[in-house]
Design a binder for this molecule. Sequence first.
Ligand code: GLC
Length: 720
Amino acid sequence: MKITNKDYYEQNVEKLLAKMSLTEKIGQLNQLETPKLDNLEEFKNKVREGKVGSILMSVGATAGNTEQGTIDVDFYNELQRIAVEESPCGIPMIFGRDVIHGHRTVFPIPLAMAASFNPELIEKAYSFIAKEASNESVHWTFTPMIDLCHDPRWGRIIEGPGEDPYVGAKFAEAVVKGVQGDDVSRKDKLLACAKHYVGYGASEGGRDYHRTEISDYSLFNNYLPAFRSAIKAGVKTVMSAFNDINGQPITSSKYYLTDILRNHLGFEGFVVSDYDAVCQLARQGVAESEADCCKMALNAGLDMDMHDSCYMDNLIKLVEDGIVDIGAVDDAIRHILRIKFQKGLFDNPYCQHTTIERSEHLKTAYEMACESMVLLKNDNQTLPIEKSQKIAVLGPFVHERRSLLGSWTIDGKAEETQTFFEELSSAVTGELRTSPFGEFGWNTTASTIEWADVIVLALGEEWSNTGESRCVSDITISAAQKELIKKAKASGKKVIGVFFCGRPIAMQGIAEDLDAVLYAWHCGSKTAAAACDILFGDIVPSGKLPVTIPRLATHIPLYYNVTSSGRPVNSYYGEHTGACYIDSVAAPYYPFGYGLSYTEFEYSKPSLSSKQISITDLKNGQKVKISVNVRNVGNYDAKETVQLYIHDPVATMMRPLRELKAFKKVFIPSGQSKTVEFEIGFEDLGYYLSNGKYIVEKGVIEILVGSDCLTNNEMLFNIL
Ligand code: GLC
C-alpha cells in the first residue's frame, strides 16, 4: 500500500502522542515570547520540560510598532537544540514572527500592494520575503492579514487588502502561495497564517479592539471570502481575532472557530490565538477565571495559546479534574504536530544561515512600489515633469526615511532607505531646492517657491500613525501641511502633492488645491525611487484604489459594494447625494478601483459568449466568456487594470450595486489595443444566504467592465 504524506504524518503524530506526558502535550499548545536575558535560564528550563511548543519572535504586545533588534540565529538554534536534545520527546519548537510585508528588504504595506492589482508580483514579493526571513530562524509568519475594512480610522487598515472581498481573496491566495510555495518543508519557505479570523476590521468606530456587529449574511459574503481563498491556497495556520462578533468573542466561539472555520471552510491546520487573547476573555465578560478562559477557548477549537500561558497554567488541573476532556487537548496537539511535520521541523530543526544576495529582492520591491502608487489627479497633464526644470521639493517627508517603510516593519533598516530628496537629487538635470518645513522655514520656503518652476510637496503621515493601536478620529494631514499647500497654490505655479501615507486620507479641502496628486503610500525600501521615477515619467503609474478615499472622515463608512436603497439616494453612485447629507456631498472623493495613467484607455462595449445560460449548465461548469477591447489612445505605453463587476438587480436578498468579480492588469503600447477576456461561472454569479448556503438565482445580471467601480459599460445577461 502506498504511504502518502498524510499517512506519514498521521502515523508519526500518533506515535508521538502516545508517549507524551500531559505536561508535554500542553506544552505544545503554549507559545511564549523570545526570552530576555533576565529570564533566559528559566525559559530554557521550560523548554527542557517540554513546556514550550513555539516562540513568538518579537517583543511587546504591538510588535508592529516596536523597534526590535536583529535576529540572533545562533541564539534560536541553541534554544531549539535544547528542545530537540534535552526535552522528553525532543519535539522541535516552531518560531513565528510578524513578517508582514518584508524582512530586511521591505515591500509596500499590504494595502499598497493590493493597489498594484498584480497578484503575480505579490506572490513573487512574498517568495523573497519568505527566503529572507527563513534564513534568520523564522519558520512561520503571521501573514496574510486579510481583514476586510470599511473604516480608514482603524490603524490596521494598512496591513490588509482594503474593502473588497474579491481583492482580499486574490491577495490572500498570492501571499499564501508566495510564502508557502508548493512545498512548505523547503528551508526557504514559511508557514503562512491567515489573520485575524474573523471580522476584526469591522471594529466599531475604527477603534482598535472594539466590538463588531456582523450579520451572518455579511460574514459569508464579505468577511469570509479571503479566508476561504487562503484555505483553498493551503494556508497552514489561522490566527483568531481579538474581537467579538455580536457579543460572542471569537476566541471562545465554537461557532466561528469550529463550525464555520473547520466544518464550513474546511480548514485543517492549526489555530493560534492573538496575543493574550485567551486570558482576555475574562475582560470580555464571558469568563470568571483564567481556568474558565482556558476551558472555553480550547473547547471552541483554539489550538495554540499566544503568550499568556493560560493553557500551560490551567489545563493540567482542568484535565485531571475531568473538566476538560483530554480528547480536546489531543485534537489540538494533532493539529499542531501535523504542521510541524509538514514544515519538516523534525528533519531540519535548525536554521542554516547563509548570505542572501538581495538585488533581485530590491528590484522587485521597486517594481512593487511602482505598481502600487496611484495617480489620483493630473490636471492639464501636470505630470510628468521635466528633469531640467527648477524644482522645489517641500514638506515633512522630503528627508524622511523610516516612515517610507511603513508600520509592521520589524527587520527593515531606515538608515538603508533612500529619501525622496536623495532620489530627486540624483535624477534631476536642472536644479532642485528645498527648505525646512514648518514655521521656522516659512521665509526660505517663500523664496524657494518664488524661485521654482514647479513645486513638489512631500506630504503624508508618520508610519507610527498607522498599524496596531494607532487609530485616529480624523483621517487627514497636519495643519502645517495644509498651510504649505495653500502657500504653494498661491504662487500660481504647478503644485504636485505626493502623499506618503499608510491609510486613505479624506481629500476634501486638500486635493482641490493641487494640480496633481500621487498616492505613494508607505511603499517600503524603494518608495522614494518609485515616486521619483513616476514624477519624471520614467515609470507610468498603474495603481488602482483597493479602498475608497472619502471627502470627509465623517462620511465613514463609505465603500463601493454597498447595497441599493428603497429610494434613489445612493451617494456612492451619485444618486441624489443631497438626500444623504444636507451639509455635504457624500459621494467618494476617489472611488474604489480608481487610478489614472499618463495615457488614456478607451473601452469597447463588453461582448458575451452568450446572452443567457441555465443554472444547470453553470453548475456543470459551463462559463460565460466576456471580452472587451481596450485601446491605449494616449502617448505612453502603459498598464491598465481592466475590472469586471456584476450587479444582480433582483435577488432574494439585496445585492450590492457593484461586485468586483475579476480583474486583469494588461500592458498596452501607445496607439495599440488589446482584447481582454474573462470567464465567469457558477462560483462568481451567486451569493451566500445567512445560513451559509451558496445560491445562484435565475434572472438578469448586469455585467460591467471598466477602469473603476463607477463604470457603466455594461451588458445584460440572463440566468435561466
Ligand atoms: C498582535 C497582533 C497580531 C500579531 C501578534 C503577534 O497583537 O494583533 O496581528 O501577529 O500580536 O505579534
